[in-house]
Design a protein around this ligand. Structure first.
Ligand SMILES: [Zn+2]
Length: 191
C-alpha cells in the first residue's frame, strides 16, 4: 500500500487481534496461537509485510486514512518451521496431551521428574512428564520401578510436527469466526 504512515489511530471497542498465517496459509504457530495485537497488524500492513485475508467490522481512522481492522493476515515471506520446540511448561503439557502420565487424570496437573532430582534426575524432555498432584505426591522421591508407577509413555523430546499435531486437538478458547477456516480443516478431515 502506498499511503503515508498513519498516526493517531484509535481502536474502536478495543481488542481485535489478528490471526497470523505463514505464507502457506497455515498459522505461524498453534501454541501459542500466532495472534498479533491490531496495532502491530496495521504496522505490518503499512510495511507491506502481510496480506489482509479477512477483516473485522471495525474501522480505525486517522485524519488522512481509514482501515478496517484485519482479523486474519498472511505473511508475504514464508517463515521456515524447522525449529525444535522450546522446553516450556506449556509445551510439556501439550506433548502429554494434558494428561497425567501415570493415571490418565486431566485435572490438578503438575510435573514429575521420572528419575527424582534427589537421585540425579535432570530437568529435560526425557526426564519430565505431566503428572497429577496426587500421583506426584504418592510417587515422591522414588523411581517408577520402586513406586510401581510406570508412565503411559516414556517421555521424549517431541518434534515440532508432533506438537503442532497435538495443538490442533487442543484449540484455544477465544477464536474469532474468521479464524476457523485456517485452524480446523485437518480436524474435520480426521473426524
Ligand atoms: Zn495421576
Amino acid at each position: 500500500m502506498h499511503v503515508a504512515k498513519p498516526s493517531g489511530f484509535k481502536p474502536i471497542g478495543g481488542g481485535y487481534p489478528a490471526l497470523v498465517l505463514n505464507a502457506d496459509f497455515r498459522p505461524l504457530s498453534y501454541y501459542p496461537l500466532s495472534v498479533w495485537p491490531w496495532e502491530e497488524v496495521v504496522k505490518a500492513v503499512f510495511l507491506d509485510r502481510v496480506d489482509v485475508i479477512a477483516t473485522y467490522d471495525h474501522t480505525v481512522r486517522s485524519p488522512s486514512f481509514e482501515m478496517r481492522l484485519p482479523s486474519v493476515v498472511s505473511l508475504k515471506s514464508y517463515v521456515p518451521q524447522d525449529r525444535s520446540p522450546a522446553f516450556t511448561r506449556f509445551n510439556l503439557f501439550l506433548r502429554d496431551a494434558f494428561t497425567c502420565q501415570y493415571c490418565g487424570a486431566r485435572d490438578d496437573l503438575t510435573f514429575d521428574h521420572v528419575i527424582p532430582r534427589s537421585r540425579g534426575g535432570r530437568t529435560t524432555w526425557e526426564n519430565i512428564l505431566t503428572a497429577c498432584a496426587p500421583c506426584n505426591l504418592s510417587k515422591g522421591g522414588r523411581t517408577p520401578a520402586e513406586a510401581h508407577m510406570i508412565p503411559l509413555r516414556q517421555p521424549e523430546r517431541p518434534s515440532l510436527h508432533d506438537l503442532l499435531a497435538r495443538g490442533r486437538k487442543f484449540p484455544p478458547n477465544h477464536l474469532h469466526a474468521s479464524w476457523l477456516d485456517y485452524l480446523y480443516w485437518d480436524i474435520e478431515l480426521e473426524a
